[in-house]
Design a protein around this ligand. Structure first.
Ligand code: OGA
Ligand code: MN
Length: 266
């Protein structure tokens, strides 16, 4: 099997065409996908038409899947590995996670073992809005001004989830377990502080780092097309949803997410 890879921006991301991820992949093809994933950090598989089972089977080849326990029932019947990210309601209740990623974050960063990667499949898309932003935290680290680098390097950051009642510490700058590259791991949605630093100093330092990370040169905004399956590397990428139309009842966006479990960051 062969496929085409085309870079999507100067920041990160590549589009994969000519490949059906719903079919069994040979070893050579799978290795090439893994390489592209490490090279580009975000892969967009175009024109897919996959069932929940096919998405699970494809995802599982990258590692064991993380069920998303906090979301309890928000998955298609019989598929606990799939998290529904959706603006839809049924009998006045959200059918899935409505406001996924209101701020820049990395999935499950508050867990002892944060997610390796996430795959989001577009089931139903709005005519406009609902783009997803991805930011390259390797490039952000490489270009971090030395005063900020010296202040954050070697620190342990605290990551918190109110929903899950978890606080976990991880290195603020982490090393990618497969490529050895270093990247910024703190993020505005889930980082609540820095170990051994008072809140005022920690907030000031973190806000300066976030301002650096948010620069357009590190960011790719994904405009979703029908059939897109997007696979990002949570170890070195932050992402955010543009939900500016969230209160508009005509804004229908329905996605299926699988999450691949990762290692303890170092
Ligand atoms: C997620 C997430 C963003 C989006 O599913 O983890 O942050 O654009 N989604 O839906
Ligand atoms: Mn997310």
């Amino acid at each position: 099997m062969s496929f085409d890879v085309r870079p999507l921006s100067n920041a990160l991301g590549a589009e994969i065409t000519g490949l059906n991820v719903g079919q069994a992949l040979d070893n050579v093809t799978f290795k090439a996908i893994r390489k592209a994933y490490l090279d580009y950090q975000v892969l967009v598989f175009r024109e897919q038409s996959i069932s929940p089972r096919q998405q699970i089977n494809f995802s599982k080849q990258f590692g064991p899947l993380d069920a998303h326990p906090s979301q309890g029932t928000n998955h298609p019947k019989g598929y606990p590995e799939i998290l529904i990210v959706s603006t839809k309601t049924e009998n006045g209740r959200d059918v899935g996670l409505r406001n996924a990623g209101p701020r820049w974050h990395s999935d499950l960063a508050y867990r002892k073992r944060p997610a390796l990667g996430s795959m989001l499949y577009a089931v139903e898309l709005p005519d406009n809005g609902g783009d997803t932003g991805f930011a390259n935290m390797i490039a952000a680290y490489d270009t971090l001004p030395s005063t900020l680098k010296n202040a954050i390097d070697g620190q342990l950051a605290i990551f918190s989830s109110k929903r899950e009642g978890i606080d976990t510490s991880h290195p603020a700058i982490r090393t990618h377990p497969e490529t050895g590259t270093r990247s910024i791991f703190v993020n505005p949605q889930l980082t609540s502080g820095i170990e051994g630093m008072n809140d005022t100093d920690a907030s000031a330092l973190l806000n300066d780092i976030y301002a650096h990370c948010r620069q357009a040169r590190f960011v790719y905004w994904h405009r979703w097309q029908p059939g897109d399956l997007v696979f990002w590397d949570n170890r070195c990428v932050l992402h955010i949803a543009d939900h500016s139309r969230l209160d508009d009842p005509t804004y229908i966006r329905h996605m299926h997410r699988t999450t691949i479990a990762g290692d303890v960051p170092y």
